[in-house]
Design a binder for this molecule. Structure first.
Ligand SMILES: [Cu+2]
Length: 361
């Protein structure tokens, strides 16, 4: 698991800001030619500074702001003045600004070169996070919801860090095999999120709802984006499996899973030698045994999908190393009696259905 906040499907908000174009402030300093980055420093608990390209700094929509939604910024929001870089991730929005330096090379600070960078599966650093990719999610239904059959409105939000605006949102009820145009119901400018709606005629049975947004630059939300180790800027299709109509009642009768292993003396007489073969695919995990004996259990995990996966037992804080596509690895866990959930720990994958349960007795 990557360290830091576990954002799951992410976090986004919209607000109305008051401030001044950073460009107008920079112009007062009469910058010399050859400026590459500006470095904004903030008065946090520890020294915080992050570089921003001079080009983005001069974008008229990049601002120094002191009000949000008509109120002065609160301390935790960056009072008295913070940076607002539309379309960029939170790390670019430096709070409590104390000074701005203009430099003639790329800034080599920790938050530009080490953290908040894209790291490939084999450890290569592809550089800092900048523009957020086009993304959408369905918000009107949670995964595994039960719904009545018939016409209903599916709704959600779409946005793009390019600031070009969202031109199209499509909704699929079959996990992405076929797509239908959704209606843009509301937006508040090209940097805002766009609310979308889709009138769905739900038929009895199982369905997998998902959405796909396209921005005015022609970027289309991918099914699975390129992997990076910290899961930054994940924008793959958000899948919402639902049960429709008569089958919904039956689906509801599945008992909730207990995830707490009972503490017993049974461990002292652990049988050992348990092995479980695991196959991970997009987007499912299969174990060849649903039940194992108490004691040391070794999982042989094969990744049969096109992207990296992990096997994780969140209740135990046990996570396998990252398993690249086509690779096999082992994970040994000491298990007490109980029922355990297992998931893929790569951001978003558990939500995509990569989870299950294992009984130990
Ligand atoms: Cu996975």
């Amino acid at each position: 698991m990557a360290s830091g906040g576990q954002w799951q499907v992410g976090a986004v908000s919209n607000a109305e800001w008051m401030g001044i174009s950073l460009n107008d402030v920079l112009a007062m300093a009469s910058p010399k030619s050859g400026i590459v980055d500006i470095v904004c420093s903030g008065a946090g608990n520890s020294q915080w500074s992050r570089g921003l390209s001079f080009a983005k700094a001069k974008d008229p929509d990049t601002m120094l702001v002191w009000q949000m939604n008509g109120e002065p910024l609160r301390i935790e929001q960056g009072f008295p003045v913070r940076l607002l870089v539309p379309g960029y991730p939170g790390v670019a929005q430096v709070k409590w600004i104390t000074n701005i330096d203009l430099i003639d090379k790329l800034y080599d600070g920790y938050f530009n070169t080490t953290l908040y960078t894209f790291i490939t599966a084999d450890g290569k650093n592809l550089g800092q996070l900048t523009t957020m990719p086009v993304k959408s999610i369905i918000t009107s239904l949670a995964p595994n919801a039960s719904v009545k059959s018939g016409m209903q409105t599916i709704s959600g939000k779409a946005w793009s860090g390019t600031g070009s605006g969202i031109t199209k949102v499509e909704v699929s009820a079959d996990g992405g095999k076929t797509w239908n145009a959704a209606k843009i119901a509301q937006q508040a400018g090209q940097w805002s999120w766009y609310a979308f709606e889709y009138a769905w005629d739900a038929k009895d049975g199982n369905a997998v709802l998902t959405s796909r947004a396209t921005d005015a630059k022609g970027n289309v939300q991918p099914e699975i984006p390129p992997f990076n180790k910290n899961g930054y800027q994940y924008n793959g299709w958000w899948r919402v499996p639902v049960t429709v109509g008569a089958q919904a009642a039956a689906a509801n009768t599945v008992a909730p899973v207990s995830t707490v292993g009972a503490t017993t003396a049974a461990n002292a007489s652990a049988t050992g030698g348990n092995t479980v073969n695991v196959v991970e695919k997009d987007f499912a995990i299969a174990l060849d045994k649903a039940t194992v004996s108490v004691g040391s259990v070794t999982f042989t995990i094969k990744n049969d999908g096109p992207s990296p996966h992990n096997l994780a037992f969140p209740d135990l804080k046990k996570v396998s190393e990252t398993i690249d596509a086509g690779a096999t690895t082992k994970l040994t866990v000491d298990l007490k009696a109980g029922t355990y959930t297992y998931i893929c720990d790569v951001p978003g994958h558990e939500q995509l259905g990569m989870k299950g349960t294992l009984t130990v007795k």
